[in-house]
Write a protein that binds this ligand. Sequence first.
Ligand SMILES: C[S@@+](CC[C@H](N)C(=O)[O-])C[C@H]1O[C@@H](n2cnc3c(N)ncnc32)[C@H](O)[C@@H]1O
Length: 217
Amino acid sequence: MNAVPGTSVYGESLRRFAGKEHRRWDPTRSKLGAGMLRTNGDPAALLPQAGSTVLYLGAGHGTSVSHLYDHLCGQSNRLNGRLVCVDLAPRCLRDLTAMATQRPGLVPVLGDARQHGAWGVLVPTKVPWLFQDVAQAGQVDIFLAACQRFLAPGGVGLLSLKAASERWTGEGEAALFNAVAQRLAEAGLTVVETIDLTGYEDHHRLFHVRNGGLNHA
Ligand SMILES: C[S@@+](CC[C@H](N)C(=O)[O-])C[C@H]1O[C@@H](n2cnc3c(N)ncnc32)[C@H](O)[C@@H]1O
């Protein structure tokens, strides 16, 4: 349901069903949306519980964030969610900040996903859901460090991995994605599913993990 009725965020169409306005979620513009269409499991398992506090790293201009907000917070944040979204590009923050003016509970942060010290105070307790889509080198290290610091035991982590951003000297994309899954597992995360986004986002995988046993020292 559209949390800001009458408003389209990125040109998506609006439709009314049973008296409620909904926004079309374009899977070619949102890896979270693509993952929900491509998962072999329950798409709802990729979403956080409505009303929870979540962390999104690499928020971009807010395309996926806007849909997540509809689900997590609802109109005027009646569900009492909190969506902390971090991006290091000022032009993205400008758009996220404009979105936040109509979306209480949306917390845009101009920051580097690798520099927890600068913004981690905004996430004082561990979160049940963490999404990362930074499309830069070292995506796996950034994700593991974020899970270590912010993901609650049993929480869901989603890593959108762009093959071209990795410095990979092994054989082919499939081997790269296998190596990433292995690293996640070796770090104590349970890899629930590796979702192939080909067709919506070529050369990308969405890794769905559960925090099974990271050391939370
Ligand atoms: C592919 S875009 C994100 C798209 C967005 N997730 C969506 O679905 O609407 C990747 C974003 O990551 C941001 N980014 C790259 N490296 C980052 C870092 N170290 N910390 C925070 N943001 C980063 C970029 O500025 C860019 O906006």
